[in-house]
Ligand binder design. Structure first.
Ligand SMILES: Nc1nc2c(c(=O)[nH]1)N[C@H]1C(S)=C(S)[C@@H](COP(=O)(O)OP(=O)(O)OC[C@H]3O[C@@H](n4cnc5c(=O)[nH]c(N)nc54)[C@H](O)[C@@H]3O)O[C@H]1N2
Ligand SMILES: Nc1nc2c(c(=O)[nH]1)N[C@H]1C(S)=C(S)[C@@H](COP(=O)(O)OP(=O)(O)OC[C@H]3O[C@@H](n4cnc5c(=O)[nH]c(N)nc54)[C@H](O)[C@@H]3O)O[C@H]1N2
Ligand code: SF4
Ligand SMILES: [Mo]
Length: 888
């Protein structure tokens, strides 16, 4: 019997609990923890596939200084010495840390303590700047504190759920499944999706409002005016617990006096908007969930407040089933806000501008160097690195060369930086290649500590794997460097010690003045810390369960104790389409990849869903630029360009395109979308506008197209376009080239430079027609196959991938291989829809059309698809609907 370990998923902010045990076959069995309050046993496709991401392939196994392997002592010496030198010569503001919501709370706390408490600069910012900072700023303006008032159970108790700027079905799938279930249990529950795109989250929507990009504050101003003219005010609550309504109403009425005015400006049918407004009016228990479609815009903070205004006006906050709910993205985005790792915060929800808070921290940490002013926010920070103002930078657990807007600027800055340290689990990332010092960090499964979910639940992550090579926990690396720099207070022997100190600080001279208080958890010994059960902060007076909701008593953390309405002037996006760049680029996530793909990119199961970077384009926009379905398209802006696969879809509005954020130089030739995303910022939060950049598209027409499936190492010089995806035991490359090959065989050999001599290479070519097919078989088993043709319409890939699984190919299979066609249609399962059971699109279509299966349930019974994590159910339901529409 192997031991079962409790831990938490390292991906999204839902914070699902996991049970991990050995599978008896050298691998790990990872399942949802039925006792964890976030997921009650459920997992999504990414959580389910975690076991495919644990191998050492590509891991950074030892410290490297200038590309040379060194021991920890040398690496720490180098980092400490160079940071010390720069600080001595140029002052503390000449150094900076750029950290991440994927650090554990304890790592995060130590990083922030070192920079803000001892080095004495505010120059530590986090990728949460790109993610949550507009919500943080909006919360602080309204509540006086960065508080998410509600909890997940509110979704189950609501009568109306408004999802705005959130593709919950793909980005927070387990919470979405909880909403689906709630709707099944209570058919009266209405769900409204506000998103310019028709996303998978529309599956259960009673109403989808495809508003004009960036027009949310007009919509919520319109709602406030409407509520006011229908006497929906919670008179007692507003009178006793709020301030500033008059100003807010004045502007709301000015910009959106009527529903008609709002509908016109948002580009929505009046009746649809009125449906939402009437539901909001009639239903008391309303949750408004919002995410990056709100935050990642140049007026995100105002949009957040325009939402909160409507909840304050109706008094719908702090009670079961209602409230504004900013959902966090990363597993520890919330923890990062708690430890104060944004450059304008201090630890434990304290403020840099507040002299008492600074003094309190100085006394608690016994330091007289606590920073007195905020540091630079992410975008400004990289500008200061490029200008040479910041000379030494330490990047931890984030990949800014891919994920920052105007990523070409960030790459220039990293290149120029005098001293760049990168702590990561992976050896090769687009950021790591600029590093002077590379430090191997323990990855998920190795490290231990805590994370905080979107609903303020603190959960333990437990290590169950041996460290990869020399990898160390981030808190250890940081505290070693701090000690070597000569600072006291970093002598941590174990992670539990850090947590205890942090919990103590949260209660230090608090007296109910700060929302973040977990002092009841101070002084946990290693054993109790190890057994810590999920608990929602605040945790004071030894409450066993923590606090599901805040503000239930109507008291807020503002000086007056009242919540603040904020008057909102709606603003258009920072850059709007022009003649040269006529389309609005929207960016975001796909279901089965996580950010820059360093981990999910390792999983064959996850790579089958979307195996290539793409742009989703409305068919009419495509037509104008001669872009065709399945062809390649160049998308360009003032800042850069990418070349990706074109997907035409009417789920995209005319004049808008969508490109996912995930692909980067490790996975494609030129697909880092942030190289073309504008660096327009929210003036209050400093959050970049990832959702709206003016772009142009043009068809990219190479001379040849191809794909390569191979177990071998490849050289891609001859391909001007490539994208790679992991499949079972092999890599799948999509290719295209600009110069016509004189000799296709030679091109094939160049691509497969290392193909072993023992394999048999069979070829078929038609030089005039530009067709080539090559297949290499070793010991009866398929090693590689390469298909080239003059247009993108090449043989199907998925059945070929399946042939790689065969121990021995039959003669007939080899012939079919060279012919490039399966024996029968059933052999080609098509693109993966259900990642858990590997069920492809073609299999599903044939089940619907040929076997007449009419519901997701019937399909589940027959094919198992959708019966595990359910992440694919929205796609299966859409397929059923589409096929019906076609036959009707
Ligand atoms: N599969 C997967 N899940 C993830 C992640 C991942 O990488 N992969 N990352 C995690 C992280 S860190 C985060 S922050 C979250 C993000 O989670 P989400 O915010 O749900 O994800 P996004 O796809 O970035 O954007 C959400 C939606 O905003 C819409 N949108 C764009 N412009 C507007 C607008 O003007 N108004 C409105 N109302 N909507 C608009 C987009 O069309 C998009 O569908 O996901 C988390 N979960
Ligand atoms: N165009 C566009 N760009 C975006 C967004 C968008 O919607 N559109 N969204 C933005 C948002 S919300 C976010 S959160 C960011 C995310 O962007 P990033 O933070 O840059 O993305 P990740 O790929 O998650 O990077 C995490 C890195 O840390 C490494 N890592 C993992 N675990 C550990 C660990 O324990 N320790 C250390 N030291 N390293 C570790 C991983 O290998 C990886 O290299 O992207 C932002 N960029
Ligand atoms: S919803 Fe999926 S990605 Fe998010 S925490 Fe749960 S299993 Fe992990
Ligand atoms: Mo995020």
């Amino acid at each position: 019997m192997s031991e079962t370990i409790n831990t938490t998923c390292p991906y999204c902010g839902v914070g699902c609990g996991l049970l991990v045990e050995q599978d008896g076959d050298g691998g790990w069995l990872i399942q949802g923890d039925p006792d964890h309050p976030s997921n009650q046993g459920r997992l999504c496709s990414k959580g389910t596939a975690l076991n495919e991401t644990l191998d050492l392939d590509g891991r950074l196994l030892s410290p490297l200084v200038d590309g040379i392997q060194v021991d920890w002592d040398q690496a720490i010496e180098r980092v400490a010495k160079r940071f010390r030198q720069v600080i001595d010569e140029h002052g503390p503001d000449a150094v900076a840390f750029y950290v991440s919501g994927q650090l554990l709370t304890e790592d995060y706390y130590v990083a922030n303590k070192l920079m803000k408490g001892f080095i004495g600069s505010g120059n530590i910012d986090t990728n949460s700047r790109l993610c949550m900072s507009s919500s943080v700023a909006g919360h602080k303006r309204a509540f006086g504190s960065d508080t998410v008032p509600g909890c997940y159970e509110d979704f189950e108790q609501a009568e109306l759920i408004v999802l705005t700027g959130s593709n919950t079905a793909w980005c927070h799938p387990v919470l979405y499944r909880r909403i689906v279930k709630a709707k099944e249990n209570n058919p009266a529950l209405k769900v409204v999706v506000i998103d310019p795109r028709e996303t998978a989250s529309c599956e259960i929507a009673d109403l989808h409002l495809p508003l004009k990009p960036g027009s949310d504050s007009l919509l919520f101003n319109g709602l406030l005016s409407f509520l006011d003219s229908h006497d929906a005010k919670a008179h007692d609550f507003v009178a006793t617990h709020t301030e500033g309504l008059e100003e807010a109403l004045k502007l709301a009425r000015w910009y959106a006096p009527t529903a008609r005015a709002a509908a016109e400006q948002c580009g929505l049918p009046l009746d649809d908007l009125l449906t939402l407004f009437h539901w909001f009016l009639q239903k008391q228990r309303v949750v408004t969930l919002y995410s990056q479609g709100i935050n990642q815009t140049s007026s995100g903070t105002d949009k957040v407040n325009s939402i909160i205004n409507c909840h304050l006006y109706t008094g719908r906050i702090g009670q079961p089933g209602m409230g504004p709910f900013s959902i966090t993205g990363q597993p520890n985005a919330m923890g990062g806000r708690e430890v104060g790792a944004l450059s304008n915060q201090l630890a434990c929800h304290m403020d840099i501008e507040n002299r008492d808070h600074r003094s309190l921290l100085g006394r608690f940490w016994q330091s007289d160097s606590v920073t007195e002013k905020p540091g630079l926010k992410a975008v400004d920070l990289y500008r200061a690195v490029e200008s040479g103002e910041i000379k030494a930078l330490w990047v931890m657990a984030t990949n800014p060369a891919v994920s920052m807007p105007d990523a070409n600027q960030v790459r220039r800055a990293l290149e120029k930086c005098e001293f760049l340290v990168v702590s990561d689990c992976m050896a090769e990332t687009d950021t790591a290649r600029y590093a002077d010092v590379l430090l191997p960090a323990q990855g998920w499964g190795e490290k231990s500590g805590t994370v905080t979910s979107s609903e303020r639940t603190i959960s333990r992550q437990h290590g169950f794997l041996r460290s990869a090579g020399e990898a160390k926990p981030d808190w250890w690396i940081l505290s070693q460097v701090a000690q070597r720099m000569g600072y006291q207070g970093f002598d941590y022997g174990a992670v539990a010690q850090i947590f205890s100190e942090y919990a103590e600080l949260s209660g230090f001279e608090n007296g109910g003045r700060r929302d973040f208080d977990i002092s009841a958890l101070a002084g946990l010994d290693a054993e109790s810390y190890d057994r810590l059960k999920p608990i929602q902060w605040p945790v004071v007076n030894g409450q066993a369960k923590g606090t599901p909701r805040l503000f239930s008593d109507g008291r807020f953390y503002t000086p007056s104790g009242r919540a603040q309405f904020v008057a909102v002037t709606p603003k258009p996006p920072g850059n709007t389409p022009s003649e040269t760049y006529p389309l609005a680029l929207n960016t975001g996530r796909v279901r089965d990849q996580w950010h820059t793909m360093t981990r999910t990119g390792k999983s064959p199961r996850l790579s089958g869903h979307d195996n290539e970077p793409f742009a989703e384009i409305h068919p009419q926009d495509a037509d104008v630029s001669h872009v065709v379905e399945g062809g390649l398209v160049r998308v360009s802006s003032r800042w850069g360009d990418v070349v990706v696969r074109a997907r035409l879809s009417e789920r995209q509005q005319l004049g808008q395109i969508f490109v996912p954020m995930h692909w980067n130089d490790q996975f494609a030739s030129n697909a880092t979308v942030d190289c073309l995303v504008n660096p327009a910022l929210d003036p209050i939060s400093g959050q970049p506008e990832f959702k709206h950049t003016p772009v142009a598209i043009e068809a990219y027409k190479p001379t040849w197209y191809g794909f390569l499936l191979t177990r071998e190492k490849v050289m891609l010089e001859d391909a001007t376009y490539w994208a790679k995806a992991k499949r079972d035991g092999l890599w799948h490359f999509e290719l295209a080239g600009e110069s016509a090959a004189e000799d296709w065989s030679a091109l094939a050999r160049n691509l497969l430079s290392s193909a072993s001599d023992t394999s048999q290479w069979a070829e078929m070519m038609d030089s005039a027609g530009g067709q080539y097919r090559g297949v290499s078989v070793n010991d009866g088993q398929l090693q590689s196959c390469l298909f080239i043709g003059p247009d993108h319409d090449l043989p199907k890939r998925d059945w070929l991938v399946q042939l790689f699984a065969k121990k021995h190919l039959s003669r007939q299979e080899r012939l079919r291989l060279l012919a490039g066609a399966p024996m029968n249609a059933q052999e080609d399962a098509g693109k993966t829809v259900c990642a858990c059971f590997g069920v492809g699109l073609n299999t599903l279509v044939s089940a619907i059309e040929d076997q007449g299966l009419q519901s997701a349930q019937a399909i589940g019974e027959k094919l198992k698809a959708g019966t595990n994590c359910g992440s694919c159910l929205s796609e299966i339901n859409r397929l059923i609907k589409e096929r019906h529409a076609q036959t009707a």
